[in-house]
Design a protein around this ligand. Structure first.
Ligand code: SF4
Ligand code: SF4
Length: 391
């Protein structure tokens, strides 16, 4: 589960995202980690980052977005805090020197396991960049739940205590901080207690999704529905809905979609740019070798030759109808049913990005049922209280 602030909604999601994969190493060996190729060898050098930045800033026509999010990911990015600090300094200096429009509209974004969050070097970096910074911390709910999976690589010990001690500091620096939670099959029985635990830590915004991989077992949809109904009951009986939010309950999901009116691709793969330690460019980090189980990486250029538009072009033609099976086009509950472009590619029968994986189908339908329950209960309460339901 990943805690982060509101960077996702910054500029309505229309900013360019440029991602530096600064390291493929991490202190932890989480049992569910999707990064199949983690290692301590592939660390980005400043020289590679500098060349990528020069290319991007010197070619504004290729990057016409008015705003930009520079994202740093790993492995664990704060392992490379010196490098990140240097890259950010260089970015600010170069955007100013080149009079680049992004100088007035940029953000830095990091997602961390939280272990090093309190360290002086990290804190100095946060202090220096705080007006342009978004930081997410990863925590999996209760201690028992977190320590089941998020263990140290060296000792096998759980990391909950080392992370949770940094949550108050993080929330004091990012008071609007929210959570992003990803659940897989073994997590399902813990959803209710995990979300309530995150609320109890002071986090008011919990955003959740089920993993896109084909991991779902017989009966998982029933467990998800039961958990969400129990969570809905707890949120309603304790009136948590008044100042807390869990994205599993959203008034947007569970409606049919008219392709004439809404044919957008779900995510920004292809409109983003990711760079690895070798200086290669990807449409998203999910297309880099370390996050693919069964397919070759899709490289769309590099720091020496720039972006290869022929390789990028297929990504720019992606929309809902170019990749969805007929059952999804006709689906009565299609809205909010997400996909990951990288997982679509990884799971496809052939090396194509135009085959939507629907492994999540029954989980989305279960979510829609629980969502309907939540909103009908709230509507009944509002009716009873004679109040306007403006939540
Ligand atoms: S995956 Fe299933 S729930 Fe989602 S849009 Fe397709 S048919 Fe509907
Ligand atoms: S490809 Fe997957 S990981 Fe990349 S932006 Fe899309 S949803 Fe996110």
């Amino acid at each position: 589960m990943i805690i982060r602030d509101d960077i996702g909604s910054w500029e309505d999601g229309r900013a360019k995202t440029v991602t530096f994969i600064v390291t493929k190493d991490c202190q932890l060996a989480c049992k569910y980690c999707y990064l199949v190729g983690k290692n301590s060898r592939e660390r980005m050098s400043f020289e590679v980052a500098r060349q990528a930045i020069d290319y991007i800033l010197d070619n504004p026509a290729l990057f016409p977005e008015k705003s930009v999010v520079f994202e740093f990911i790993g492995g664990e990015p704060f392992i490379e805090i010196d490098l990140i600090d240097r890259i950010c300094d260089y970015l600010k200096e170069q955007m100013f020197v080149k009079n680049h429009p992004w100088f007035n509209s940029y953000r830095f974004s990091l997602s961390t396991n939280g272990i090093n969050y309190h360290e002086p070097k990290v804190q100095r970096y946060i202090e220096k960049n705080k007006s342009h910074l978004s930081v997410g911390i990863t925590i999996d709910g209760t201690r028992a739940k977190h320590d089941m999976n998020r263990v140290y690589k060296s000792s096998g010990r759980g990391s909950y205590d080392d992370v949770v001690r940094n949550i108050p500091l993080w929330l004091s620096q990012f008071p609007g901080g929210g959570t992003k939670v990803t659940v897989s099959s073994p997590d399902l029985p813990y959803i209710k207690e995990s979300v309530l635990h995150l609320f109890s830590l002071g986090i008011r915004e919990v955003s959740i999704n089920c993993v896109f991989e084909d991991v779902w077992q017989e009966g998982d949809d029933r467990i998800l529905e039961e958990q969400l109904i129990a969570l809905a009951d707890a949120m309603i009986s304790d009136r948590l809905y008044e100042d807390h939010n869990c994205s599993f309950f959203s008034d947007y999901i569970g409606k049919p979609l008219d392709p004439e009116k809404d044919n957008r691709n779900w995510c920004g793969a292809g409109k983003m740019l990711s760079i690895d330690a070798a200086g290669n460019f990807y449409p998203c980090t999910r297309f880099a070798g370390y996050s693919l189980r069964s397919k070759q990486p899709i490289i769309i250029g590099n720091i020496h030759d720039g972006i290869d538009t022929d390789r990028l072009r297929p990504f720019l033609t992606l929309d809902r109808t170019t990749q969805s099976p007929q059952k999804c086009i006709d689906c009565e509950v299609a809205s909010g049913c997400a996909w990951c472009q990288g997982e679509n590619y990884d799971a496809a029968d052939t090396p194509t990005i135009f085959q939507r994986s629907t492994a999540i189908c029954k989980m989305h339908k279960a979510r829609v049922r629980a969502n309907n329950y939540y909103w009908s209960r709230l509507a009944r309460i509002a009716e009873k209280e004679g109040a306007q339901c403006n939540i």
